[in-house]
Design a protein around this ligand. Structure first.
Ligand code: PHE
Length: 346
């Protein structure tokens, strides 16, 4: 029996345990209930008592040796396997499902990018504002209808009848951010303010109570309406293509004088007339104008030394014209059939 034990010992010593399969057949062959070592233990009961001591010792050594070899190979193989799953850079990539940017983010980034190329820096401000920054400093008369409850979400209103500079409300436009910039910075100022705005309107295909704006402001000595027009032409052509035409129509905003609205030639028919532009060839994009002297003075900027222009647009609107989206609600519903269509945009 001692000789058999010696032979098996050598066999075990030279057994190769490099794969999970080899490991398992090793276990079955030597260490399982019907394995060779168990068989030897069974036979051990019948050997003459004189040789029991020595044989028993050898047998125990054999069992211990086999068990140790099995355990160390098994933990080595396990470690190898773990390593493969984390750091084998040659493995093919997992097909991770990729998300896409929201069209509002795509267009916001694009607009910011266009204006930053001509020196505009991004400024941001609070969504919860006071009447002073949203209306009063922007030359809204005390009884201007935009302050009315029907347009503005008030958080607290000091008096129901009269507006008060301390009323707290959700900003209705990001012009409030520009007021904050003018208050803390001396001209030259060249800034754009992207952000969410809130208006108390019923939700429909053409109106929403939350939307996004980007407003721009440029103040320096000798800034003229021609600068405004040239800046906006540059912008429109960068966003919608070099063939884009623009036109300015006179308009009214309390904070600009003169004021205008800018149309771009229809992004679908190129100005020939189609049902998107209602056969006019034009699509309305933004409001703009020369900053009203009252606004400059209210922000402690000399209106005799400085002039400036401002413009503001809805990002939803700009994206609608770019991607021919015909319902504002699509932006907020997060329907994957809609969002997946923007996978290839950056
Ligand atoms: N603040 C205006 C709006 O919300 C847009 C605008 C900005 C118009 C700047 C003119 C100049 O509609």
């Amino acid at each position: 029996m001692i000789d058999r034990i010696g032979e098996i010992y050598k066999e075990i010593e030279s057994a190769s345990l490099n794969t999970v399969e080899e490991l398992e057949s090793f276990r079955l062959k030597y260490l399982s209930k019907k394995g060779m070592i168990s068989v030897l233990f069974d036979e051990f009961r019948n050997i003459p008592p004189e040789s029991k001591k020595q044989t028993g010792q050898k047998l125990n050594e054999l069992k211990q040796f086999a068990t140790e070899k099995y355990n160390s190979s098994s933990s080595f193989l396990k470690k190898q396997e773990d390593k493969l799953t984390v750091s084998d850079y040659t493995r093919p990539a997992f097909p991770y499902p990729q998300g896409s940017r929201h069209p509002i983010s795509i267009v916001r980034r694009e607009i910011i990018d266009i204006f930053s190329r001509i020196g505009f820096v991004v400024s941001e401000g609070p969504e919860i504002e006071d009447d002073d920054h949203v209306f009063t400093k922007l030359n809204f008369a005390p009884e201007h209808p935009a302050r009315d409850m029907q347009d503005t979400f008030y958080i607290s209103r000091i008096s129901e009848e009269d507006s008060n500079p301390e009323d707290v409300l959700l900003r209705t436009h990001t012009s409030s951010v520009q007021v904050r910039v003018m208050q803390r910075q001396k001209p030259p100022i060249r800034t754009i303010s992207p952000g969410r705005v809130f208006r108390n309107e019923a939700v429909s295909a053409r109106a929403h109570c939350i939307f996004h704006q980007i407003e721009g402001l440029y103040i320096d000595e000798n800034v003229s309406f021609a600068d405004l027009k040239q800046t906006l032409i540059f912008f429109a052509r960068e966003l919608y293509g070099m063939d884009t035409q623009v036109r300015l129509r006179p308009s009214y905003f309390p904070f600009t004088e003169p004021s205008a609205e800018m149309d771009v030639s229809c992004t679908i028919c190129g100005g020939k007339g189609c049902n998107v532009c209602k056969y006019t060839g034009w699509l309305e994009l933004l409001g703009c104008g020369m900053v009203h002297p009252n606004v400059l003075e209210a922000c402690n900027i000399s209106s005799t030394k400085y002039t400036g222009f401002a413009f503001g647009m809805g990002i939803e609107r700009a994206a609608m014209l770019k991607y021919q989206i015909n319902d504002l609600r699509l932006y907020f519903e997060n329907d994957l059939r809609f969002l997946n269509q923007f996978r290839t945009a950056f």
